[in-house]
Design a protein around this ligand. Structure first.
Ligand SMILES: Nc1nc2c(ncn2[C@@H]2O[C@H](COP(=O)(O)OP(=O)(O)O)[C@@H](O)[C@H]2O)c(=O)[nH]1
Ligand SMILES: [Mg+2]
Length: 301
């Protein structure tokens, strides 16, 4: 059931492990020469140097004691290492105060607007009342895109075609949510302004303005990372985190990337739990991240 989520990454990994290892037979033994192909596959899947070295080190140690390893044992070693590396990685938003504000932050094209829609849909389906704030005022098209989603989902949206300031829209959205007694406000934000420092200033301002209306514990920064950008996205994520406290991360587009191993590096370097993964363009294609599902689906095939 979970197997389709990380299909491309799984194909990349399985190529490396299977190629010299008796095809699909889990009991086939692999030789020490196969380690190179396993190593390449793990790098291709973007697990990052630290993690690949640990996995390889443990496989070598197992060789020394066993001399013969079956493919399923290699997989078990990799999963065991990853389980350790990813300890505590599953994040969940806890909703309780009314309203809770979830602010989606990330670079242009990472999937923020789509994820706002998917998340709003999830929350409405779970019985919460939701209001969307269209705070990407930088691009006119962003407002339209959010509006189309809100209309399709029949979810109230606060936005402005003419506002030049995302923070003022955020303020209005939160005020409306309080007045209308909504459970959750989900804010879309801009991923690009004229330059990077302006974008950071804008985010810092939004956080300050939200702080005037809400308790700190009511505001949840959710970082949106494009799964295709893999380990490269980490530096940028750190910059966002400096101006807007990040509670969790959602990693999008994992349906189409062979670099799903980057989740490990993202988690280990940012120390932010992974709340959701995006696995397609449809409204249902956002799922809570489960480490076990991830580990199972990486090594199928
Ligand atoms: N395949 C796939 N496409 C996605 C996913 N999430 C977003 N997208 C697509 O990525 C593109 C950019 O998304 P958008 O939400 O506009 O990004 P934003 O600029 O951060 O708001 C759109 O074409 C989305 O349909 C996902 O999980 N999988
Ligand atoms: Mg957008």
């Amino acid at each position: 059931m979970v197997l389709r989520f990380f299909k491309k990454t799984a194909q990349t990994i399985s190529k490396g492990i299977l190629r010299f290892a008796g095809g699909i037979f889990p009991h086939a033994t692999i030789s020490i020469d196969d380690l190179d192909s396993i190593e390449v596959a793990l790098y291709r899947a973007d697990f990052g140097r630290e993690t690949v070295e640990i996995i390889l080190g443990e496989i070598r140690a197992a060789y020394r004691s066993e001399r013969e390893l079956r493919r399923q044992e290699v997989v078990a070693i990799a999963q065991h290492v990853l389980r350790r590396q990813m300890e505590g990685c599953e994040g969940r938003l806890t909703l309780g105060q009314c309203p809770e504000v979830i602010c989606l932050i990330g670079s242009n094209g990472s999937g923020k607007t789509t994820t706002v829609a998917k998340l709003a849909h999830r929350m409405v389906s779970a019985g919460h009342s939701v209001l969307i704030g269209a705070c990407d005022t930088f691009r006119a098209a962003a407002h339209e895109q959010m509006k189309i989603w809100a209309k399709r989902l029949s979810i109230e949206m606060v936005g402005s075609k003419t506002a030049s300031d995302g923070s003022s829209v955020a303020y209005d959205a939160v005020s409306a949510a309080i007045a209308r007694k909504k459970d959750v406000v989900i804010l879309d934000t801009a991923g690009r302004l004229h330059n990077r420092s302006l974008l950071m200033e804008e985010l810092a301002k939004m956080r300050r303005i939200l702080g005037k209306k809400m308790a700190e514990s009511q505001v949840h920064g959710l970082l949106i990372v494009d799964g295709n950008s893999g380990n490269n996205s980490i530096e940028q994520a750190k910059a966002f985190g400096e101006v807007f406290p990040l509670e969790g991360v959602a990693i999008t587009k994992l349906d189409g990337t062979s670099r799903g191993g980057a989740l490990v590096g993202i988690y280990r370097q940012l120390h932010i739990p992974i709340h959701y993964v995006g696995i397609g363009e449809g409204i249902e294609d956002l799922i809570p991240f489960s480490l076990e599902e991830y580990l199972q689906s990486l090594f199928v095939g």
